[in-house]
Design a protein around this ligand. Structure first.
Ligand code: NAI
Length: 330
């Protein structure tokens, strides 16, 4: 079983300057939480709207290279796509022996886009929570799960630093914990989860919509049944508190019977073969290489699939319905 941790030692951060590079979803939430935990935090950012937001929140903001130079511990909280360039141009040249570099995603280290420099700790503190949730949980005294890992332990205390940062960002409030993992495991799990559950859900719902309309069900009724009613939000809240099968008891017995007899037809043996193929693309690095090449080429395929998917009749009907319900404006 993976080791679980429920505390970290904030003393490790005392007298140290923590630079948060990036003030977006995670950067803002983690910086505010650490400051409220009594940690000395500065921000490193490019000169954009996020720079101004950090200033408005009362932080000292510096150019990225200067922030790294002023820091003992650096949290790299910028989009994974831009991270390798920013790292090699602005961060790496300013790293000194004894520093700690923390990531909220294993992606770039796991797939070799960033290689650890000797003399520095490379650690992972990856919240399983969107940035807004990181901040709101902290304010409400609740914790959240984080995956922690060590890619390079130069100080001999890399794991302790990961736990101290997890504590400072609020992971150990009520119900929270840190789970020992690795950059690779986090990156593989994250990609697999989003591709299979996220991607699978998008296309399962769309295919279900096509079949419903084929059988004469109106687009509005189909959309409300499949996702537009918000019922799924309640179902997933129940999954969180009662467990995946536990929440089934909240549905009618007809529904319980239908779900457990028809579900396996969708997730038959051939699905496992498909999922193994997706996992192989991830662990072999094929997906990461494909995405890196796509970005280098200016994302032509990515833009084309976005355009194609937004032209699907389901989306056009969804927009009409959402407009009628006042959820979106013209
Ligand atoms: P974000 O998209 O909110 O990042 C915005 C920040 O990046 C801004 O400060 C912006 O100035 C800076 N930035 C954008 N382009 C830049 C460039 N070319 N050079 C320098 N700075 C640039 O990022 P987000 O979503 O907070 O992700 C940060 C890290 O956290 C990533 O590693 C991500 O995988 C990880 N993560 C994100 C989660 C989320 O809730 N979004 C959840 C868990 C982990």
């Amino acid at each position: 079983m993976a080791r679980l941790f429920f505390n970290g030692d904030l003393e490790l951060l005392r007298g140290k300057v923590v630079a948060v590079i990036g003030y977006g979803n995670q950067g803002r939430a983690q910086a505010l939480n650490m400051r409220d935990s009594g940690v000395s935090v500065i921000i490193g950012n490019i000169r954009d709207a996020y720079w101004e937001a950090a200033r408005r929140d009362g932080f000292e903001v510096y150019d990225i290279d200067e922030a790294v130079e002023r820091a003992d511990i650096v949290l790299l909280l910028i989009p994974d796509e831009v991270m390798p360039n920013v790292y090699s141009e602005k961060v790496l040249p300013r790293l000194r022996d004894g520093m700690v570099l923390a990531f909220a995603s294993g992606y770039n280290v796991a797939f070799g886009f960033i290689t650890p420099r000797q003399g520095v700790d490379y650690i992972l503190v990856a919240p399983r929570m969107i940035g807004q949730g990181v901040r709101n949980s902290y304010l409400e005294g609740r914790g959240f799960p984080v995956l922690i890992g060590v890619a390079q332990d130069s100080s001999g205390r890399a794991l302790d630093y990961a736990l101290a940062i997890a504590k400072a960002i609020g992971a150990f409030g009520a119900g929270g914990c840190a789970v020992e993992s690795s950059f690779e495991e986090e990156a593989h799990t994250d990609l697999f989860g989003e591709q299979v559950i996220g991607g699978g859900m998008l296309f399962l719902i769309r295919t279900a919509y096509e079949v419903m309309v084929e059988y004469g069900i109106s687009p509005e009724v189909a959309l409300l049944e499949l996702y537009a009613s918000g019922e799924l939000i309640e179902v997933f809240k129940a999954v969180f508190s009662m467990g995946l099968w536990g929440q089934l008891k909240l549905h009618s017995t007809t529904s319980q019977y239908g779900q457990q007899t028809r579900g396996p037809r969708i997730a038959g043996p051939e699905l496992k073969t498909v999922l193994r193929g997706i996992m192989e693309d991830i662990v072999s690095g094929r997906f990461a290489r494909e995405w890196a090449l796509e970005q280098m080429a200016g994302k032509p395929h990515f833009k084309a699939i976005w355009r194609r998917n937004l032209r699907h009749p389901m989306i056009l009907e969804e927009q009409k319905l959402y407009r009628a319900l006042g959820r979106i404006k013209d």
